[in-house]
Write a protein that binds this ligand. Structure first.
Ligand code: NOJ
Ligand code: CA
Length: 571
């Protein structure tokens, strides 16, 4: 276990990182990467204005390298009125001065690369802020060059079958603009008009935005809200073929002009529809799709004490095209979305995880990981152990590595976006400003108080969640099978115990999880593996040999799990 001194959070870490290799040297890097979402404004403030910034994040890169992070995902930091956390972009080609300058950004990319950490940024193509000059021009000059950049109609009657996504605030996907005297289309907030992708000039303009950011040295993009680019009457306006055509065109463009640039799809859709965003071998779209189908089922499994829901999803998914990878996650800056589960599943999830109405937002739950799991260390570890071993590349959310709490009294999804807790000082080491000036308050609820839950304390305590997670990430890094190996679901003698193999040419790893709150002793069936020996990965302990009837008996504590390497008899 690492005993690095807590005073080194911003200092020099004893890590074995080396600079990021080129895409040619490591084209499939994203299949072995661990991603980490960092909300810039809430992570680290370098200049005392109470707002996190590029320089602040740069000063924490050594911590992230120490933890074992391979790639950062930065949500939007473009100039924005910030009515939707920056997803309301007012200028695609700039950085909001509150986060620093463009030079600060490119310095950050360079400093991250030196430490072996890549950076992907959010690309919000579906909509802009109503403050964007394109929209201002569109509403004031319908005949001008931007007149047709948005979706305008005289009446709000088109596309009646498109659902409303932000049901807490929006009554319609159409809003009336007095200045232009017409209605405009928006899938999200009414201050976020959708761009008109039917217009070739819009498509060219957003491609130029992507080109611009590729030139800054970023390693790729998380493509926000891509199912909604095109609209068509008689459909629900999601996942339409022109939308896929455009994503494929964008991929072809970056492959051609900026080879190796990663595209990650935020497509909150049912299993069959999500996989379409990978495209095909002949016509690829995104390298990674967020695994929206499995995420809520993982939380349900912990309450149902059964892996059935997860198994069903895993069995339902078709094989992926070459190089495609899931992006697995437990939490992020949004609500834990329940849009794609059945009404019955949703009702149960609310009952289990959001008993108070203020824990809910839109169709989902606005809580952080640790409070969702009642602070149960065993459940938090189990959830991470699944996250790190299920097929896909894990996306962690800042603060979850220390078990940060949330604040359900804040508006919208701000309760899961509060400042990172670095140390027990009054400002939590986030800023030198007075905490009363912070945009969002520090967490101070009993049991979750920033004075107790912080990076410094966690680093200094050998048994902390942070040190446990770091160890788990380092084990995962040693076994590429976790990232790109095949997965085989296994049968076990008890429904509460889920087991699967992750396997590549070098390693065969048995991952076994007790989803129940009581111990289990089970037989796991390992077809054709009689005589294989085994050892548990975290402690290198010898485990049983697979019996002649192809089973292995394993005893697990409540919410216990093991990652076990299986070795062929002639090994
Ligand atoms: C998806 C983003 O993750 C979310 O935060 C945002 O509110 C919507 N897109 C709309 O922009
Ligand atoms: Ca600042």
């Amino acid at each position: 276990m690492n005993t690095i001194s807590s005073s080194l959070i911003t200092g020099t870490f004893d890590t074995d990182t080396c600079p990021v290799p080129s895409p040619e040297e490591d084209p499939l890097w994203y299949r072995h990467a661990v991603f980490y979402e960092v909300l810039l404004g809430s992570f680290a403030d370098s200049n005392g204005d109470a707002i996190g910034d590029f320089k602040g994040l740069e000063s924490r890169l050594d911590y992230l390298a120490w933890l074992g992070i391979d790639c950062l995902w930065l949500p939007p930091f473009y100039p924005s009125p910030l009515q939707d956390g920056g997803y309301d972009v007012a200028d695609y080609m700039g950085v909001d001065p509150q986060y620093g300058t463009m030079d600060d950004f490119t310095d950050l990319v360079e400093a991250a690369h030196e430490r072996g950490i890549r950076i992907i940024i959010d690309m919000v193509l579906n909509h802009t802020s109503d403050q964007h000059p394109w929209f201002q021009a569109s509403r004031s000059d319908p005949q001008g060059p931007y007149g047709d950049f948005y979706v305008w109609r005289d009446t709000p009657d088109d596309y009646p079958d498109a659902r409303i996504i932000f049901i807490d605030t929006e009554k319609s996907n159409w809003s009336y603009d007095k200045q232009r005297g017409q209605y405009f289309w928006h899938r999200f907030f009414s201050h976020q008009p959708d761009l008109n992708f039917d217009n070739p000039s819009v498509r060219e303009a957003v491609k130029n935005v992507v080109r611009y950011w590729c030139r800054t040295g970023v390693d790729g993009f998380r493509l926000d809200a891509i199912p909604y680019l095109f609209e068509e009457n008689g459909t629900n306006c999601e996942n339409l073929s022109p939308t896929h055509d455009f994503i494929a065109e964008l991929r072809a463009m970056v492959d051609d002009e900026f080879p190796g640039t990663l595209m990650v799809a935020e497509a909150n859709q049912p299993p069959r529809e999500v996989v379409d965003y990978f495209g095909t071998d002949a016509r690829p779209e995104c390298h990674i799709c967020f695994h929206f189908p499995i995420m809520p089922r993982l939380f349900a499994a912990l309450r149902e004490e059964s892996g059935q829901g997860m198994r069903q999803i895993l069995a339902e998914l078709p094989p992926l095209p070459t190089g495609a990878q899931w992006g697995t996650f437990l939490r992020n800056h949004d609500e834990l979305t329940l849009e794609m589960v059945t009404d019955e599943e949703r009702a149960k999830m609310y009952q289990w995880y959001a008993p108070e109405s203020r824990m809910r937002a839109n169709i989902g739950i606005r809580r952080r990981l640790a409070p969702l799991l009642n602070g149960s260390r065993r459940k938090i570890e189990l959830a991470h152990a699944l996250l790190l071993a299920l097929p896909g590349s894990p996306f962690l959310y800042y603060g979850d590595e220390i078990g940060m709490g949330d604040n359900i009294w804040l508006k919208d999804r701000d309760g899961v976006r509060t400042p990172m807790q670095w140390d027990p000082s009054p400002s939590a080491g986030f800023s030198t400003a007075d905490p009363k000036d912070f945009r969002l308050p520090l967490i101070d609820a009993p049991n979750w108080d920033q004075r107790a839950v912080n990076v410094q304390e966690s680093m200094g305590r050998e048994t902390s969640l942070l040190n446990w997670l770091r160890e788990a990430l380092h084990i995962r890094r040693r076994y590429p099978a976790f990232g790109s190996g095949h997965m085989n679901l296994l049968s076990t003698s008890n429904d509460a115990v889920m087991a699967f193999l992750r396997r590549d040419a070098q390693h065969t790893i048995l991952c076994v999880y007790n989803l129940a709150g009581t111990p289990r002793c089970v037989d796991v069936t390992l077809p054709g593996m009689a005589g294989w020996t085994s050892r548990e990965l975290a402690h290198n302990s010898p485990f049983p040999t697979v019996k002649d009837d192809d089973t292995m008996q394993i005893t697990l504590t409540r919410h216990g799990f093991f990652w076990i390497e299986l070795l062929a008899p002639d090994y």
